[in-house]
Design a protein around this ligand. Structure first.
Ligand code: HEM
Length: 412
């Protein structure tokens, strides 16, 4: 069994000089060696693709596979974890998650739930999300200053929204949030990650089985999938578990981190904050710019070549790993001038923070809506929100696959 101490001397991810900015190494690579090999934390090498155009070309290329079971897939975490969940086998489940499927198998899994994430569906969810945000701000204000914004708002809002959407009891949030943190943290040991996966899979399997056995499986995403599949024939239990699991994990942790980081950035940039407070019509543009600026999913957009291909003039051989680095692409100065500045007038909507190509984020409309509602409501209702400690003392997640904050102590 591998432990963190077995780790080889990886040069990925490179360090950040400032927690609010991308590693300087990405800029050096973009200009000096835009596609070059790097030592990965889990062992082995992968091609790091760093420019906007090359990242988009890589993510649009069907010869680059998302299948974590293939030899050569970049091992971006030091111990087993989310890749094992995404793949399959052993105690970890039976079907790869959507994010780890290719071709028609992927398209089928994605198509089945696409209708749950349309702009129209999201519009219908808006009043409920607003209510959830208001309730949590009420509770935070009721408890009084200071507060940890992560626990008071960032984590519960997307968790509760995805729970209601899926039909997962929110009462279990401590359990699934802890499992997710363990899976994504690079500090977890192999054993902790393995246990986290077994627990999370077990929980979702049980939940799906109970709904499958019920005459009325409920008017939620999992329930509607069951009803649809019953009409078409047999319920695909393994597919259902895989879909519920990816949506539960991806649906809360990512948005939670963007809420925390976005709040920090807005407090640090009072001119931007003042503009969106005066004119909430500007909030959607601010959200796009914050998504671009932080690009929190780091190495998640990894792939492995299924044949020899050329990216940006470099030949990637069959079986070699590729990391299409979104944070670097979104800071490519040839596309986003002065990329280290938060500029809500730049028109950042073509950023790749939600990925690109066949696997582009399924929940992006939901994430955008949650972020817009949270930022508008939080700073309207708590206009003098400030950090309780200096920025340098905030615990940023430099040890996780998804960037963010462990805690955000605030006062008002
Ligand atoms: C895929 C980012 C929120 C569900 C992705 C990918 C990225 C991403 C970069 C592409 C992965 C790849 O190409 O391999 C984000 C960010 C979010 C966010 C930055 C929040 C700020 C959400 C939410 C949900 C969600 C709220 C669900 C409700 C998914 C799913 C996939 C995915 C299911 C896999 C899609 C596929 O494989 O076809 N996300 N995501 N995400 N995301 Fe998100």
């Amino acid at each position: 069994m591998t432990s963190r101490t077995d780790q080889i001397a990886a040069d990925f991810p490179p360090p950040r000089a400032c927690p609010m900015h991308q590693p300087a190494e990405y800029e050096r690579r973009r200009t000096e060696e835009p596609i070059a090999k790097t030592e990965m934390p889990g062992g082995g090498q992968a091609w790091l693709v760093t420019t906007f155009d090359d990242v988009r070309a890589a993510l649009a290329d069907p010869r680059l596979s998302s299948d974590r079971r293939r030899a050569g897939f970049p091992r971006y975490a030091p111990t087993i974890g989310i890749n094992a969940a995404v793949s399959s086998g052993g105690p970890f489940g039976d079907r790869p998650l959507m994010i780890g499927l290719d071709g028609e198998e992927h398209a089928r899994a994605r198509r089945a739930v696409l209708g749950e994430f349309t702009v129209k569906r999201m519009r219908a969810l808006k009043p409920r999300i607003q209510e959830i945000v208001d309730d949590h701000i009420d509770a935070m204000l009721g408890e009084g200053s200071p507060a940890d914004l992560v626990q008071a708002l960032s984590l519960p809002v997307p968790s509760l929204v995805i729970c209601e959407q899926l039909g997962v009891p929110y009462a279990d949030h401590d359990f699934f949030q802890t499992c997710t943190t363990t899976l994504l943290s690079w500090k977890s040991t192999s054993e902790q990650r393995r246990q986290g996966l077994i627990d999370l899979f077990g929980y979702i399997k049980q939940l799906c089985s109970a709904k499958e056995q019920a005459a009325d499986p409920g008017d939620d995403l999992i329930g509607r999938q069951i009803l649809k599949q019953r009409e078409e024939g047999e319920v695909d239990h393994q597919g259902l578990v895989a879909t519920a699991l990816i949506l539960l994990i991806a649906g809360h942790e990512t948005t939670a981190n963007m809420i925390s980081l976005g709040t920090v950035a807005l407090i640090e940039n009072p001119d931007v904050l003042g503009r969106i407070r005066d004119d909430p019509e500007l909030t959607p543009a601010a959200v796009e710019e914050l998504l671009r600026f932080f690009s929190i999913t780091g190495p998640v957009t990894s792939r492995v070549a299924t044949s020899d291909i050329e990216i940006g003039g470099v030949t990637v051989r069959e079986g070699e790993g590729v990391v299409a680095l979104l944070p670097s692409a979104n800071h490519d100065a040839t596309v986003f001038a002065d990329p280290a500045t938060i500029d809500i007038d730049r028109g950042a909507r073509h950023h790749v923070a939600f990925g690109y190509g066949a696997h582009q984020c399924l929940g992006q409309n939901l994430a955008r809506l949650e972020l817009q509602i949270v930022f508008d409501t939080l700073f309207r209702r708590v206009p003098d929100l400030r950090f309780a400690v200096p920025l340098e003392e905030l615990p940023f997640k430099s040890d996780s696959t998804i960037y963010g904050l462990h805690k955000l102590p605030v006062v008002w």
